[in-house]
Design a protein around this ligand. Structure first.
Ligand SMILES: NC(=O)c1ccc[n+]([C@@H]2O[C@H](COP(=O)([O-])OP(=O)(O)OC[C@H]3O[C@@H](n4cnc5c(N)ncnc54)[C@H](O)[C@@H]3O)[C@@H](O)[C@H]2O)c1
Length: 257
């Protein structure tokens, strides 16, 4: 089988589990070398990747993507070890379900700093100087339909304001990711770098555990991490070379229009 991404080097944030782990496995299946970044341990994901493609090199960095010096260390060491960085999947994320009435600064800054600032830090560090110097790069930012439509309706919230739909900090951070994706795409197209976003709808992972989605959508099931991972592969591959600044909704038709 021909591999689309033979010897490409991909950094995946939030690669321990969920959409990040599925994306890492799908990229490795296509021949990419993988750098897993997460607060959580990634050994199990690393093993699964190497079962899929024994030739893939896998590095693990347990860092906090909100910390500039840690992000720069990962990017610079990856460039030094592999000689290049081809793909960044800005996927790590957090989602407070506190509603507007109960939202506090701690949760606000956690979601904004992880989802939006983490994406900014990795994109900046990868592009300048590495992707710019090599004249090539694919940046894939995982946003959410929450950043487009303000959060889908889900189960009833309790009195604490938790357990409802994804909160206002999450929606704001993901809307920011979408706007930043478009900004970066305009800036770096002439450098040979594509920057796109994938906006998932409800996907079965730890973030949505226990939530009761109404599935008011065309395809009557939750998404799987693999549904999103295949879109990541597409946007990482040469098949999407003429696509940049776009937001690809992978949402079962929950946010059509
Ligand atoms: N599951 C869904 O329904 C859904 C829908 C839309 C968008 N998304 C987005 O997809 C992405 C992946 O989410 P998931 O559903 O796989 O959830 P998940 O919780 O399984 O994965 C998120 C990962 O990010 C890591 N992470 C969080 N903060 C971090 C930090 N500061 N530094 C390093 N790592 C950190 C977590 O440890 C975790 O492994 C997120 O950006 C999420 O917002 C998910």
């Amino acid at each position: 089988m021909s591999k689309n991404l033979e010897n490409k080097v991909a950094i995946i944030t939030g690669g321990s589990r969920g959409i990040g782990a599925a994306s890492a496995k799908a990229l490795a299946r296509e021949g990419a070398h993988i750098v897993l970044v997460d607060l959580l341990e990634c050994e199990e994901t690393k093993q699964e990747i190497q079962d899929i493609n024994p030739e893939t090199r896998v590095l693990i960095y347990n860092i906090d993507i909100r910390e500039r010096d840690q992000v720069e260390q990962v990017v610079n060491e990856t460039a030094r070890d592999f000689g290049r960085i081809d793909i960044i999947v800005n996927n790590a994320g957090t989602c407070s379900r506190l509603d507007l009435e109960h939202m506090n600064d701690e949760m606000w800054f956690r979601d904004i700093n992880t989802n939006l600032r983490g994406t900014f830090l990795f994109s900046q560090a990868a592009i300048y100087p590495h992707m710019k110097n090599q004249g090539y790069g694919k940046i894939i930012n995982i946003s959410s339909i929450s950043g487009i439509m303000g959060g889908p309706f889900s189960g009833k919230k309790d009195e604490s304001g938790e357990n409802g739909r994804s909160g206002p900090a999450y929606a704001a951070s993901k809307g920011g990711v979408i706007a930043m994706t478009k900004w970066i795409a305009k800036e770096v197209g002439e450098l040979g770098i594509n920057c796109n976003s994938i906006a998932p709808g409800p996907v079965e992972t730890a973030i949505t555990k226990g939530m009761n989605y109404q599935l008011n959508q065309a395809i009557k099931r939750m998404g799987t991490p693999e549904d999103i991972a295949e879109a990541v592969v597409y946007l990482a591959s040469s098949n999407s070379d003429y696509i940049t600044g776009e937001v690809l909704k992978v949402c079962g038709g929950s946010a059509i229009g």
